[in-house]
Ligand binder design. Structure first.
Ligand SMILES: Cc1ncc(COP(=O)(O)O)c(C=O)c1O
Length: 394
């Protein structure tokens, strides 16, 4: 337990980070500091090396053979906007699911107003997506399938490998929002048939906030327009944007200090091993699910099967609103959670919890079984009080 709090909001951003992350950031600020790929002097070259090493670590994690096919962005939201606004044009058809975060849904609703045709495939009330429904939605003019890898509301993992095979067979690119899974669940872009992988740096990749990126399969860069154009430090004689990766999509001075931290975070998780990280988070999720399912007055959402979800657990207590529960957990027990709609109103409509939402508990790699036990006792106490008197107060 850190400073009197039990941090169970890792799905919003992971905390704490491994010391490797902030040591790399400090090292960059103290000893490098220069602008990468711009000036040609030793410190500029060193800054470029820091960025390349981060790309290499991410490529190793995602099974990408060419690290230059990974483009850095500020977060998953920017990576998703880059794909959606860069690729889709009026008259194109795009398929998504009803479990998406607003960083997919809002750009798509805006593009729909601009003449893009949208199909939202409905997931089950437990947040499960049927690959056959996705296949059935594909049409002549389908230009893209964009799906979350795991719901940030229920934690449910989507059947991406099956959908990847369908997408390949039908010749439709598959874009995956891995905000919740990158670093927490194995991802191999080849084995899973992923053409575009949007990731965020500050969750399970252990990087700082303000980092993220996009893997782009060879050839797709020809169809995706950049969101920004400007200085890249390359082909400076041209007034047109370079057409090669990563420069086409990386205009302006990058967040080099953040990328230094992200690279160190990814190297940390590679050295710990994906299997070990997943096994620990699965065990914590199992403890949470078992404890909550045995608590009278508590409703759980999703599949409630730790093998089919990530470390995200949503629940409600009868008679209390999610914000009342979250406030009592914070103020009385130091348990930090996230109540409400989690930027995913469509997912809450799907599972029947719109508009009040749920309380979300999200453990991380550094969460302990002891902390999970304390959080469970806190929820059990609140549920018992609500059954007796309808209040959060003891
Ligand atoms: C499923 C999902 N997609 C996208 C995002 C957006 O990530 P970011 O805020 O880092 O851009 C999140 C963040 O909560 C998410 O959970």
């Amino acid at each position: 337990m850190r400073d009197g709090v039990i941090y169970l909001d890792n799905a919003a951003t992971s905390w704490p980070k491994p010391p490797e992350t902030f040591k790399a950031m400090e090292e960059f600020m103290l000893s490098v500091g220069a602008n990468p790929g711009r000036s040609g002097h030793r410190l500029s070259i060193e800054a470029g090396r820091v960025i390349l090493e981060a790309r290499e670590a991410l490529a190793a994690l995602f099974g990408v053979d060419d690290p230059l096919r990974i483009v850095f962005t500020r977060n998953a939201t920017e990576a998703l906007n880059l794909v959606l606004y860069g690729l889709l044009r009026p008259g194109d058809h795009v398929i998504t699911s009803s479990m998406e975060h607003n960083s997919v849904m809002r750009p798509l609703r805006d593009l729909q107003e601009k003449g893009v045709e949208l199909t939202v495939v409905e997931a089950s009330p437990r947040g499960e997506l049927d690959p056959q429904d996705v296949e059935g939605a594909i049409k002549e003019n389908t230009r893209l399938i964009v799906l979350t890898h795991a719901s940030n509301v229920t934690g449910t993992l989507m059947p991406l490998t099956e959908i990847g095979q369908i997408a390949r067979r039908k010749g439709v690119p598959l874009c995956v929002d891995s905000a919740q899974t990158a670093g927490a669940y194995p991802i191999d872009v080849e084995a899973m048939g992923i053409d575009l992988l949007a990731f965020t740096g500050h969750k399970s990749l252990f990087g700082p906030q303000g980092t993220g990126g996009l893997f782009i399969r060879k050839g797709l860069e020809e169809a995706i327009r950049p969101l920004l154009r400007g200085g890249t430090g390359s082909r400076s004689e041209l007034e047109e944007q370079p057409d090669f990766l990563p420069d086409k999509y990386e205009s302006g001075t990058p967040n080099t200090v953040g990328i230094a931290g992200l690279g160190a975070g990814v190297r940390f998780l590679l050295s710990e091993g994906m299997e070990r990280i997943r096994a620990k988070e699965e065990a914590l999720t199992q403890t949470l699910l078992e404890g909550l399912s045995d608590t009278p007055g508590v409703t759980l959402y999703g599949t409630c099967d730790p093998r089919r979800q990530i470390a995200v657990v949503s629940f409600n207590i009868d008679g209390l609103s999610p914000s009342e529960v979250a406030m009592a957990l914070d103020e009385e027990f130091g348990v930090l959670t996230r109540p409400g709609l989690h930027c995913a109103p469509s997912a809450h409509r799907t599972i029947g919890t719109f508009p009040q939402g749920t309380v979300r508990l999200s453990a991380g790699y550094f969460t302990t079984e002891e902390e999970i036990g304390m959080a469970l006792r806190a929820v059990q106490e609140l549920a018992a009080r609500a059954r007796k008197g309808g209040s959060t107060h003891g």
